[in-house]
Design a protein around this ligand. Structure first.
Ligand code: FES
Ligand code: FES
Length: 181
């Protein structure tokens, strides 16, 4: 008997269970967009270069075009549709709106998902390539524009809205810090 090329899986997305049968070659991105109609996650390059498809997998940012849907079973996936708390926007979403952190908006879902996880990574003390003092006891470095640019460098914006994207991420991170204080 020829080996099966598809599997029955259940994906957990934004707290909901989605059973589906997928070809083993189906990426998480295509499963979200083409099978589950969760089209907030965008396809840009489809090869891990642009960040448009960024989602959260178990709270960590990941590019959905490089993940197989079958490998995402059992993980908690959060897409842009699940970032807000009901009607209340996530502080990152609010900051992008307040500061016009977009032009055409195509990269925006990926930018927002990435920023949500990036702010948590920073608060947890993860250094970046531009962090001067990487000793664990040094704690999180100031979230300067250079730190934000480096930490968000996997998310490209073809409109070049980087100035306001950096400002929006800084505003959201400040809101997060205030809430934690
Ligand atoms: S579409 Fe996934 S990184 Fe570009
Ligand atoms: S706002 Fe158009 S690609 Fe970023």
């Amino acid at each position: 008997m020829a080996p099966s090329t598809s599997s029955d899986i259940t994906l957990t997305i934004n707290g909901e269970k989605y059973p589906l049968t997928v070809d083993h070659r189906t990426t998480l991105l295509d499963a979200l967009r083409e099978r589950l109609d969760l089209t907030g996650t965008k396809k840009g390059c489809d090869q891990g270069q642009c960040g448009a498809c960024t989602v959260l997998v178990d709270g960590r940012r990941a590019v959905a075009c490089l993940q197989l849907a079958v490998a995402a079973e059992g993980r908690e996936i959060t897409t842009i549709e699940g970032v807000a708390d009901g009607e209340r926007l996530h502080p990152v979403q609010q900051a992008f709106l307040d500061l016009d952190g977009y032009q055409c908006g195509y990269c925006t879902p990926g930018q927002i998902c990435s920023a949500v996880a990036m702010i948590e990574e920073h608060a947890a003390g993860w250094p970046s390539a531009v962090t001067d003092d990487v000793r664990p006891e040094a704690g999180p470095p100031p979230l300067t524009a250079d730190e934000i640019r480096e930490r968000m460098s996997g998310n490209l914006c073809r409109c070049g809205a980087y100035v306001s994207i950096v400002q929006a991420v800084a505003q959201a991170a400040a809101v997060d810090e205030e809430a934690a204080a």
